[in-house]
Structures are given as structure tokens and as C-alpha cells.
Design a protein around this ligand. Structure first.
Ligand SMILES: [Zn+2]
Length: 49
């Protein structure tokens, strides 16, 4: 079972990525390091609703 989530940059709060996750593997909010084109660097991206 996979759930659709949105990843937002923690620095500029832009929502940069739509992805899916496995809720059994990641029951809590996901955080991943991804490239933010608004910050023009890699930043932490957090799951939002
Ligand atoms: Zn950013």
C-alpha cells in the first residue's frame, strides 16, 4: 500500500516534489535531502499534506 505525499523544502517552504511512500516502512513523516531549485542547492525536504 503506497500513499501519495508532497515534499516541501524546509528552508523556503516550497513544495517541490510529489512522490509516494510505503506507510508500513515510514509511518512517521519522511525527511529526505533533495535539490531545491528555489534555493538552488540541496536542502532537507519534509513530507506535508
Ligand atoms: Zn528551498
Amino acid at each position: 500500500m503506497r500513499t501519495r505525499i508532497t515534499l516541501a523544502c524546509t528552508e523556503c517552504k516550497q513544495r517541490n516534489y510529489n512522490t509516494t511512500k510505503d506507510k508500513k516502512k515510514h509511518p512517521e513523516r519522511m525527511e529526505t535531502k533533495k535539490y531545491c531549485k528555489f534555493c538552488r542547492k540541496h536542502t532537507m525536504h519534509k513530507e506535508t499534506k
